[in-house]
Design a protein around this ligand. Structure first.
Ligand code: AMP
Ligand code: MN
Ligand code: MN
Ligand code: MN
Length: 307
């Protein structure tokens, strides 16, 4: 099987065969980790990171599935954090797996998510959804800590929202009663966990926080100050002009450029690897980061015999 090396620079407008931001049933995705991996391999991706919300519980299953396929897995997760009162997500790319300060960090995130679910449930009960916690748990199935999508489903099932989007718009989205952030760590804290554990910290979907360009710059400055190394230049589908402008903000700060689809379920807007075009930019690609270069440069050797 031909191994195409990833280029050293992003010097043309194009797509790349990798996806470093995806979800599985370990958090709010629809497919089990092994099926996310299979789908990625089927779509011709060479590298992927599984980045479930505040957990790395799906990574071992993903790695096992990848052993039989021509795709490499970078362990990861997406941490919920706060900056200046805004909820900001930070993707952790962990070439050495979960270790060091991030182990305790993920314990904290799990407890924070459990405590947050109780506060969200209390808020929704006041708004007319009795037994909100039990209803969200029933929607989630399994044992994983609850997320806002589980409450969104419960609101729809109770007839309080037309669909998911409506549930977020009215109850769970930014600024609404169910948008509870108080439990999350400061972005500097989460970034320190990642960096101290041999990982690369990446600001997730920087264009989705409704920040002005200037505020987005301040966020990046605070992130760099805390040791953060990269930003998602492309996350899912983006406006091309906004992406080029974002690239300039990365270049100004020496930040590496990452890319991911933010895949959650099939049939949605984002299939694995189906992000917008990566623009030509002087920002270095994430696979050139010294902590990740070895991971990305080792050719995959699938366990398939007889080729
Ligand atoms: P949580 O991690 O519990 O805060 O939940 C956030 C997740 O909810 C995101 O990762 C998305 O998967 C989903 N989400 C956030 N905003 C919306 C929205 N407006 N419509 C639908 N899903 C959303
Ligand atoms: Mn999600
Ligand atoms: Mn996110
Ligand atoms: Mn995500």
């Amino acid at each position: 099987m031909p191994e195409t090396a990833l280029p050293e620079t992003l010097d043309e407008d194009r797509h790349y065969p990798l996806d470093l931001h995806m979800h599985s049933t370990a958090s709010d995705g629809a497919l089990p980790p092994s099926e996310v991996v299979r789908l990625c391999a089927q779509r011709g991706l060479q590298h992927m990171a599984l980045t479930d919300h505040d957990t790395m519980a799906g990574v071992a299953e993903a790695q096992q599935a990848a052993e039989r396929l021509d795709i490499s897995i970078l362990p990861g997760c997406e941490l919920s954090t706060r900056w200046s009162g805004v909820g900001i997500h930070v993707v952790a790319l962990m070439p050495q797996g979960v270790q060091g300060a991030l182990v305790e960090g993920l314990v904290h995130q799990r407890q924070a998510r459990i405590a947050r679910a109780e506060v969200i449930a209390h808020q929704l009960e006041k708004l007319g959804l009795p037994d909100a916690l039990a209803k969200a748990r029933a929607q989630a199935g399994g044992e994983r800590p609850l997320g806002r999508p589980d409450f969104a489903r419960a609101l729809v099932a109770a007839g309080m929202a037309r669909d998911w989007a409506d549930a977020f718009k009215r109850y769970l989205g930014s600024g609404k009663k169910g948008d509870v952030k108080a439990q999350w760590p400061e972005i500097s804290q989460a970034t320190e966990w990642i960096v101290a554990s041999g990982g690369v910290a990446v600001i997730a979907h920087p264009l989705r926080y409704r920040l002005t360009r200037r505020k987005r710059g301040l966020l990046m400055d605070a992130f760099v100050e805390a040791g953060g190394q990269a930003v998602e230049l492309v996350n899912g589908q983006q406006n091309a002009d906004a992406t080029r402008d974002l690239a300039r903000q990365l270049v100004e700060r020496g930040l590496y450029a990452s890319l991911g689809s933010d895949f959650h379920f099939s049939g949605g807007h984002a299939a694995p690897g189906s992000m917008s075009l990566v623009p030509r930019t002087a920002a270095p690609p994430i696979w050139q980061h010294p902590l990740l270069a070895e991971h990305f440069n080792v050719p995959n050797e699938p366990d398939i015999k007889g080729e």
